[in-house]
Design a protein around this ligand. Structure first.
Ligand code: SAM
Length: 291
């Protein structure tokens, strides 16, 4: 099973339960520059834009924009009915729609901004999804994908690789991880350039600092390959992972580095009667040097 297999995506995101565990891990143990501040800086919204967030999950991003006073239309799309239900309850000021990224139920040019945050590595046909994003963007509109850069949480994956030789279920975590390469900064930059004719890439370095092995185990167990294990298997795998993690905590805490990529583009194509000029992309760069 890979990260973009429809069955795995459906099982993982039937509700926001597992995603919430990971979001909470990043919230509690994250250190360094803030992802949301970097997104805001890149999008430079004035508050009037129509914005579509694809793969919105619990809807936290458009929900935050509305709470901060955004006045333009905000729409969140997700493939999962459970996610759409939860997001609709949590953020009544945002429209949520169940749909797939590669078949968006909106007319051409309906949005000023389209975002796809940590979702394109789940999509089986990325070029089809990017073509849809370009279609629903107005000429001059801005696309932003947020994704894991290569090497993301490398220290954690080293531990998983150590244990994977003896535990096939843990080995399947590595398949999932390899799946994120379908939309890393490398593949992502190429595919977005092909879809939009332009692209820029920025990076944000930060880290997770874990005080103990328990939240690391909870993070790993939120991923599909470690769910639905028989109780004995779960107990044994936990013990093996704890054993592999122990040397990492000798200094009291364990730091796992994160590097996130922001891949942006502008819809360049102008219909004959378009009056607004395409918005120019600023120079690409690294927001923060990483840690
Ligand atoms: C890792 S979560 C990211 C959620 C949110 N964007 C965030 O950054 O917290 C990925 C989300 O993408 C959704 N998703 C996966 N494939 C999709 C597709 N083809 N079309 C729309 N949404 C999809 C999943 O249901 C899930 O809610």
């Amino acid at each position: 099973m890979s990260l973009n297999s429809p069955a795995e995506v459906a099982a993982q995101y039937a509700t926001d339960q597992h995603l919430r565990t990971r979001i909470e891990t990043h919230r509690r143990y994250g250190v360094g520059p803030d992802l949301e501040a970097a997104v805001d800086r890149l999008l430079a919204l004035c508050g009037e834009e129509t914005l579509l967030d694809v793969g919105t999950g619990p809807g936290n991003f458009p929900g935050r924009l509305r709470a901060e006073g955004h006045r333009g239309r905000l729409v969140g799309v997700d493939l999962s009915a459970g996610m759409v239900e939860g997001a609709t309850r949590a953020y009544p000021g945002v429209e949520f729609v169940q749909a797939s990224a590669d078949a968006l139920p909106f007319p051409e040019g309906a949005f000023d901004v389209v975002t796809a945050r940590h979702m394109l590595y789940h999509v089986p046909d990325v070029p089809a999804a990017l073509a849809e994003f370009a279609r629903v963007l107005r000429p001059g509109g801005h696309f932003l994908a947020v994704t894991n850069a290569s090497g993301y949480m490398g220290e954690l994956w080293e531990v998983v690789a150590e244990v994977a030789t003896d535990e096939p279920a843990v080995g399947r975590l590595l398949d999932s991880r390899a799946g994120s390469a379908v939309f890393s900064e490398l593949e992502g930059e190429r595919q977005v350039r092909e879809a939009f004719g332009n692209v820029r890439v920025d990076f944000l370095g930060s880290a997770l600092v874990f005080p103990a092995p328990e939240p690391v185990l909870a993070y790993l167990e939120s991923m599909t390959p470690l769910q639905r294990l028989a109780r004995d298997d779960r107990t044994r795998i936990r013990a093996t992972l704890r054993h592999a993690l122990a040397p990492r905590f000798q200094a009291g805490e364990w730091r796992v580095s994160k590097r996130v990529a922001f891949i942006s583009a502008v819809r360049e194509e102008r219909p004959p009667d378009a009056s607004s000029a395409p918005r120019a992309l600023p120079e690409p760069g690294t927001f923060y040097p990483g840690e």
